[in-house]
Design a protein around this ligand. Structure first.
Ligand code: AMP
Ligand code: ZN
Length: 115
């Protein structure tokens, strides 16, 4: 755990969040500024700053992000309509919280690219 990281605190249950899913490798909670009817962030329980810092030892957690996304999409009943998974990386990627996270966004029709 990185003590000044808000997502580490959420994983540890030390900061408030609406957690929708947690297992041994990842935690998922609702984004505080949703851009769609469903907007959930899925994060590795272990602090990884960004994709640019990911290493072989993180492979299971990174893979689990996708499987958790699939599971949560089913829980949210958006699997049929489809959804978007986004991982912003670094300043040009639009990353603002430096604990790697996957956005799961659904419940509306989206276009690509966006901004
Ligand atoms: P990114 O731009 O990819 O780094 O996305 C960071 C996301 O985290 C944004 O969509 C924020 O709304 C969201 N966020 C920031 N702090 C929190 C928090 N404490 N709980 C839930 N979502 C948060
Ligand atoms: Zn962290």
């Amino acid at each position: 755990m990185t003590t000044d990281c808000i997502f580490c605190k959420i994983v540890a249950g030390e900061a408030k969040a609406e957690v929708v899913y947690q297992d041994d490798l990842v935690t998922a909670f609702r984004d505080t500024h949703p851009v769609g009817p469903t907007h959930i962030l899925i994060v590795p329980n272990q602090h990884i700053t960004a994709v640019s810092q990911a290493e072989a030892q993180h492979e299971s957690a990174l893979g689990r992000l996708f499987l958790a996304a699939r599971k949560i999409a089913e829980m949210e009943q958006i699997q049929q309509g489809g959804y978007r998974l986004i991982v912003n990386t670094g300043p040009n990627g639009g990353q603002t919280v430096f604990h790697l996270h996957m956005h799961l966004i659904g419940g509306k029709r989206m276009r690509y690219p966006m901004g």
